[in-house]
Design a binder for this molecule. Structure first.
Ligand SMILES: *Cc1c(COP(=O)(O)O)cnc(C)c1O
Length: 354
């Protein structure tokens, strides 16, 4: 069944071993982020077998798929007030930035006879979630420590998401200072400094001195084998754990510029084309309903993507037209958001290999 995304278990498992190994060396625990693959339980299981301490996702529907897993679960997106009961039910820990949210979680945890852990998020300048002001942050942390059925597990921050802020030791020191201030005033220890995502790996790998960081929440680096602050590849890892396969449903020789009067395309845009003359084209049965087509790269570098629509992807195969025919399968590598797209599309068949 095509389109199909294949997930190479052995390669993913090796990525987990290498990255988890580097974090173990400096005593940093990892929350493996499952959102890009929709928390597919068979893939999440590869992480559990690799020894990750926590499974983390931004959506409750995804965490609900992992109910049978005994690994600790973390909700990454700030809980909505309307969903606190499910947060307590499906997650052991959540990230918060409001005392009011914590109060609701505390109440719900009490009603359900559960205990819930919180990481209070500080905004260090990336300007997505988190409390921006240090004194408000400390007051909120102290108030959370007084709530029943909850524990303030730690403090956290996010980077390279909306503002593109690259985390440095300076940001880590700020988190550490907040922890020291909270501990000094409440005499309750704060266990976790959750210092970001795949863009924080450069702070750890090759670190020469002890780091105050105790946890990172890692998604992209595991799946694509690179850190995301500078986009550097992580030695010994694979970038092709996920591959999309699509079938050719037409192969024809056509001009590169549309013929006749040109209006708008199927999406209301006026298309423009460069005239490369006539060439061999293939149409694959995959489209924007499956993935943002700009997130695909043909594995065969003689192929280029011309364009596409909801259900069609058009390729220029002039340089390799003898090698591809009707019914053949074309392979594509995927970016992180490409992986997210195909894993979320109900039209894409998911196949775990090896
Ligand atoms: C998505 C997300 C992560 C993981 O980010 P990667 O760049 O995939 O490592 C970590 N923390 C939060 C809060 C997130 O939303």
């Amino acid at each position: 069944m095509f389109p199909q995304v294949s997930i190479n278990r052995a390669k993913l498992s090796e990525n987990i071993r290498v990255i988890k190994g580097a974090l173990d060396l400096v005593g940093v625990e990892v929350a493996a982020v499952t959102k890009a693959f929709g928390a597919h339980p068979d893939i999440a299981n590869v992480f559990v077998e690799g020894g990750v301490e926590v499974l983390a996702d931004s959506r409750l529907e995804n965490l609900a798929k992992l109910v049978s897993f005994r690994t600790k679960k973390m909700l990454l997106r700030l809980p909505a007030l309307s969903e606190v009961d499910s947060v307590v039910r499906f997650a052991d820990i959540s990230l918060v930035s409001h005392l009011e949210t914590a109060q609701h979680l505390s109440e719900s945890a009490g009603e359900q006879g559960q205990y819930h852990g919180l990481i209070l998020m500080m905004d260090l300048g990336d300007l997505r979630e988190g409390i921006f002001c240090s004194s408000t942050f400390i007051e909120t942390a102290l108030a959370i420590q007084k709530l029943p059925n909850l524990s303030l597990e730690g403090v956290g921050a996010n980077f390279c998401c909306v503002g593109g802020l690259i985390p440095s030791h300076n940001e880590v020191q700020r988190l550490n200072q907040l922890v020291l201030n909270i501990e000094e005033r409440s005499h309750i220890s704060v266990r976790t400094i959750s210092a970001g995502n795949s863009s924080s790996l450069h702070l750890i790998c090759g670190a020469t001195s002890a780091t105050p960081i105790t946890q990172l929440r890692i998604g992209e680096a595991f799946l694509l084998g690179r850190e995301t602050a500078y986009g550097k590849r992580i030695p010994g890892t694979y970038s092709d754990c996920f591959t999309l396969h699509a079938e050719i449903i037409e192969k024809q020789r056509k001009p590169s510029v549309p013929v006749g009067e040109i209006g708008t395309d199927g999406f209301g845009n006026k298309p423009s084309f460069v005239d490369n003359g006539e060439h061999w084209r293939a149409i694959c049965a995959v489209g924007r309903q499956d993935v943002d087509l700009s997130q695909l790269t043909p594995v065969d570098n003689r192929i280029s993507v011309v364009g596409g629509s909801s259900d069609h992807l058009i390729l220029n195969i002039e340089a390799c037209s003898d090698d591809y025919g009707l019914g053949d399968i074309v392979d594509f590598s995927l970016s992180y958001s490409g992986i997210l797209g195909v894993m979320a599309s109900p039209y894409v068949n998911k196949k775990i290999i090896q």
